[in-house]
Design a protein around this ligand. Structure first.
Ligand code: ASP
Length: 576
């Protein structure tokens, strides 16, 4: 089709030039005999002036048109537009296609509900702000390909239809037509395949990999998502992290022109939990957690005497607005974390006040004020109970207050590694031992001795990259000794037979000259979200699911025909 260039390639230098443009009618303004059209294409918007209104009477919003005309200097420039100095004076307009009235406004500002946006996603994606997210996403991929290829990485695809392997989250299963009663699983990640590629001698692998996890959805989670999946041989942790920092630097520079200062700092997991109550701390603001065990060592308050952890935060300047209702809400929050409640104190006129004060000795009051640097007008929140409930509760409240008080500067980036994760943790509900990262993580050499006696003491070679409080990626050094690998499976409660059945091929492969290897995966969607400046992961995925796991456009998941079920040998019980 005849077209000179994209809209925003034109500038004041082109005044007088004859051009042919193609695009969608973003807006139309009638000024008597003159009509102005905002013409939108992938690159942006340019104004078209139609002097003879008759030529454009039947042109409506979102029509696809071709405009032939001359570039003119605008009398009153619009500094907000990239092409604000110029306009195209139309000589000929051809309607290429018409459009119905759209169910949502195709502009950055839209008041459409998210489900409407997802139902008409192709229109939602026509909005310039949405297209910007995809430019960023695309640039992340381009930067990844070019950076990794320079370092001799090779991109290899791994299967989508895999054997079921309980890696952590629930899997999506695909019934086999040829083997009734058997299922493929969609990969939660290409973890074992990429490790096998190291056994195969590829040395440096990557893949922009689609992954699937059947978890409850959140603002930053989707059931099918994309990872930049990486695996390398013969690098130690520091060498590997340095290489990955280079990738992150390249991505930030090429997408938003931000120069990430390297090396990134590393914070042990334990410190992140102690100070920020989170393994993905947002360290752009304070309100750090303080350990109050020592202050309460002689407490007379029964509930505190036996508490495993007593921790507190002070929040500046919110005493006046901390009403009974606010305190009730904080208590509700504590209950969500499985705690009975929490204590809230205010400091007013030099004194701590609040219903909890009666349980405090004078010495405890003085010590609290000092430890938490409490000023008049501040509040103190104290929580006591099991460590793994108290810390995340205060971590969550810290974040809530950080946002509420505007302590996080926009367009600032905070990147760090969280390292030295425990190898195992206890599942909060079942109490069972589970792998913190995944069962292929290598325990620290000096902690191997605890594998038999006290596995929860074992620290692993694991690292997460945390950006602005999001876990943007994570990985580990891998076990390359089949005996240790077997032992880890056993600690996780898998018998030798189960290991053989589920992971036999994998454990077997480790016997054939496995190189020491390490890897990680970056969440591509999360990176796009952070760099795009949105906190909704659906904004950076072309056709996402809503929070109920449904795609409102195609209505997936849908029921299927009886014939399809019969072919697969699946019988669905009658609904009661
Ligand atoms: N497979 C891991 C994940 O998806 C990342 C890794 O260890 O490489 O979280």
């Amino acid at each position: 089709m005849e077209r000179t260039c994209r809209n925003t390639e034109l500038s004041i230098k082109d005044v007088g030039r004859k051009v042919t443009l193609i695009g969608w009618v973003a807006k139309r303004r009638n000024l008597g005999s003159i009509i102005f059209i905002d013409l939108r294409d992938r690159s942006g918007i340019i104004q078209v002036m139609i002097k003879d209104a008759d030529k454009a009477t039947d042109i409506r919003n979102e029509y696809v048109i071709q405009v032939k005309g001359e570039v003119n200097k605008k009398e009153v420039p619009n500094p907000k537009m990239k092409t604000g100095d110029i306009e195209v004076v139309a000589e000929e307009i051809n309607v290429i296609n018409t459009a119905m009235n759209t169910p949502l406004i195709i502009a950055d500002e839209t008041d459409a509900l998210e489900d409407t946006r997802l139902k008409y996603r192709y229109l939602d994606l026509r909005r310039p702000c949405m297209q910007k997210y995809f430019d960023i996403r695309d640039q992340i991929k381009i930067s990844t390909h070019s950076y990794l290829h320079k370092l001799q990485f090779i991109e290899v695809e791994t299967p989508m239809l895999c054997a079921s392997s309980p890696e952590g989250a629930k899997e999506y299963l695909v019934p086999s037509r040829l083997h009734h009663g058997s299922f493929y699983a969609l990969p939660q990640s290409p973890q074992m395949f990429k490790q096998l590629l190291m056994v195969a001698g590829f040395e440096r692998y990557y893949q922009i990999a689609r992954c699937f996890r059947d978890e409850d959805l959140r603002a930053d989670r989707q059931p099918d998502f994309t990872q930049i999946d990486i695996e390398t041989s013969f690098l130690d942790q520091e060498e590997f992290l340095t290489m990955m920092e280079g990738l992150i630097h390249e991505i930030f520079m090429n997408t938003i022109g931000y120069d990430v200062k390297l090396p990134l700092r590393q914070m042990p997991y334990r410190e992140a939990m102690e100070r920020f109550g989170s393994d993905k701390p947002d360290t752009r603001f304070g309100i750090e957690l303080h350990d109050l065990k020592t202050i309460f060592k002689d407490t007379t308050f029964e509930a505190y005497k036996a508490a495993e952890a007593i921790k507190g935060i002070s929040v500046p300047g919110v005493a006046a607005e901390t009403s009974r209702k606010v305190i009730d809400n904080l208590t509700l929050e504590a209950k969500k974390f499985g705690l009975g409640g929490l204590a809230v104190l205010k400091k007013e006129n030099g004194e701590l006040t609040g219903s909890f004060v009666k349980f405090l000795s004078d010495a405890e009051k003085v010590a609290l004020i000092k430890e938490l640097a409490v000023n008049d007008g501040d509040i103190v929140i104290i929580s006591a109970g099991p460590y793994n409930r108290v810390t995340p509760l205060l971590g969550a409240l810290r974040l809530q207050y950080g946002k509420q008080l505007g302590l996080i500067k926009p367009n600032t980036y905070d990147l760090l590694w969280v390292v030295d994760f425990p190898m195992f943790e206890r599942d909060v509900e079942s109490g069972a031992i589970v792998a913190t990262h995944h069962p292929f993580t290598r325990p620290k050499d000096e902690d191997i001795k605890y594998l038999d006696s006290d596995p929860t003491k074992v620290i692993s070679y694991a690292y997460d990259i945390v950006i602005n409080g999001y876990e943007a990626g994570g990985g580990t050094l891998r076990i390359y000794d089949q005996n240790i690998q077997k032992k880890i499976f056993n600690i996780l409660g898998l018998s030798d037979e189960e290991v053989e059945k589920k992971f036999g091929y994998f454990v077997n492969a480790l016997k054939y000259g496995t190189p020491p290897h390490a890897g990680m995966a970056f969440g591509l969607d999360r990176l796009a979200m952070i760099l795009g400046g949105t906190d909704n992961i659906r904004d950076v995925i072309a056709f996402p699911k809503n929070l109920a796991g449904v795609d409102p456009m195609s209505m997936a998941p849908t029921e299927v025909s009886q014939k399809q079920l019969d072919d697969l040998g699946i019988v669905i019980p009658e609904k009661e």
